[in-house]
Design a protein around this ligand. Structure first.
Ligand code: SF4
Length: 432
């Protein structure tokens, strides 16, 4: 989501006559797009700001703007703490930065400066093409769920869906510029459309994209088990472009822990969704997210998570250790009572389960052919991804191929993180 926001802002700045600089020292304006999901991400933003402060104090003429999840509805405290920051902008609220850009007298040449000041700052239909063959498309902003540990709804606000027309306009614009794959984004992407007239759904978007020439693959994330309807799962199964690749965070395998997280579903509901997916798409790739060490997580609750992960056999498990986020319910009302060493130990146990399940699943395709969307080609090496999102390094095997093409790659070796192979000449397809 942040990558998409950064690109959107850069499109807006380009429309005002700005260009991307090679490095910070050559810049008039530096924008830091921040993430607050975990303390570590925020710490990185703080240390970057510290470096910029020193550069500014040593005479470098730069303006600094901070955008993204670190910026809440009130910026007074932030402004006091970081007086050298010139503009603050909440997620998707690009105006303060565009205003700052307009006010920097020495930056764009005079004519552009004058022009920019009379332009409408609405950049909803101003786009930038990302590098490569894939693009992120936010379809619904914000989140209405309020999980106790999560800062996102406090920073990104309530759910707001973009219109189908707006989304298709952007995807067509990207398709005309050789983008081959789009990933539809939402904090809970299946919530798309409930706030719009006629209530379109994610399945509506899938159907519309089916008709856009040039787009070869569609992905979507992140899923929320309760919003993932049978209709959406079936539409993935029926679509030729939508990859059978699901990112469904379970967060814990314990119903009591899920209750304290206020996730709004039980383990059984989650398993039911996985079963539905696997019934319709036996080879679907399923990834999940897990948080360990949440307030009060007992050893037996953690063990329930381990049991669930081993039972479901996920393609990918993203794991994080809990860190309190100021302002959340968990931070205000619950003790961060799991010692650091135990969080670390639990994290490592989950990482080991991921390495084993992912390694086992990937090894099953050795000797088979998989469909790969070519992302890069350098010398005699290509890189791309399977429909399930696994990275594939391959040799073109004498074939003339280009980035953006779909090719069949015969897999010769596998690890938990990637596959290796060469472009194949015959067809016997495996789905990963
Ligand atoms: Fe945060 Fe829960 Fe919303 Fe996900 S569903 S963004 S974890 S509040």
């Amino acid at each position: 989501m942040n990558q998409a926001d950064s690109l959107k802002l850069s499109a807006g700045l380009e429309a005002l006559g700005w260009q991307t600089a090679e490095n910070e020292r050559d810049s008039s304006l530096v924008v830091i797009n921040t993430c607050s999901v975990r303390q570590h991400a925020e710490d990185r933003a703080y240390s970057h700001l510290g470096r910029l402060r020193k550069q500014k104090e040593s005479g470098l003429k730069i303006q600094i703007a901070v955008m993204g999840c670190m910026v809440g509805p009130k910026t007074d405290e932030l402004s006091k703490r970081f007086p050298y920051v010139d503009a603050w902008a909440r997620p998707q609220e690009f105006d303060p930065i565009l205003q700052l850009a307009e006010s920097i007298s020495e930056a764009p040449e005079g004519e552009l400066g004058i022009l920019s000041s009379i332009l409408n700052r609405d950049i909803s239909r101003t786009y930038a093409r990302p590098e490569g063959v894939s693009a992120f498309i936010p379809v619904v902003h914000g989140c209405d769920k309020f999980c106790t540990y999560c800062i996102v709804p406090l920073r990104r606000g309530r759910e707001r869906s973009r219109s189908v027309e707006d989304i298709m306009h952007e995807i067509k614009w990207l398709a005309d510029r050789d983008i081959k794959e789009v990933t539809l984004l939402g904090q809970t992407v299946e919530a798309y459309g409930h706030d719009l007239p006629d209530s379109p759904t994610l399945a509506t978007l899938f159907e519309e994209i089916e008709n856009i020439n040039g787009i070869k693959r569609v992905r979507f994330l992140t899923s929320y088990p309760k919003d993932m309807t049978d209709e959406i799962i079936s539409s993935v199964a029926q679509s030729s472009k939508v990859c059978e690749h699901f990112n469904i965070p379970v967060q814990s395998g314990s119903n009591s822990m899920l209750g304290r997280m206020r996730r709004g579903y039980m383990v059984e509901d989650f398993e039911n969704r996985v079963e539905k997916i696997r019934t319709l798409m036996p080879n679907a790739s399923i990834a999940t997210d897990v948080i360990v060490g949440c307030p009060g997580e007992t050893q037996s609750e953690f063990q329930e998570t381990v049991d669930l992960l081993e039972k479901i056999n996920f393609n990918t498990i993203h794991v994080a250790a809990y860190s309190p986020r100021p302002g959340t319910y968990a931070d205000r009302k619950m003790d961060d009572d799991i010692p650091k060493e135990i969080k670390k130990e639990r994290l490592q146990i989950i990482e080991a389960i991921h390495a084993e399940s992912s390694g086992n699943i990937n090894s099953l395709v050795v000797g088979n052919q998989v469909e790969v969307l070519v992302e890069t080609l350098a010398g005699h090496q290509g890189m791309g991804r399977t429909r399930g999102g696994v990275i594939v390094h391959f040799s073109p095997n004498g074939e003339k191929i280009a980035a953006g093409e779909l090719v069949l790659v015969e897999i010769t070796s596998a690890t938990a993180w990637s596959l290796k192979g060469h472009v194949a000449n015959t067809l016997s397809l495996a789905v990963v």
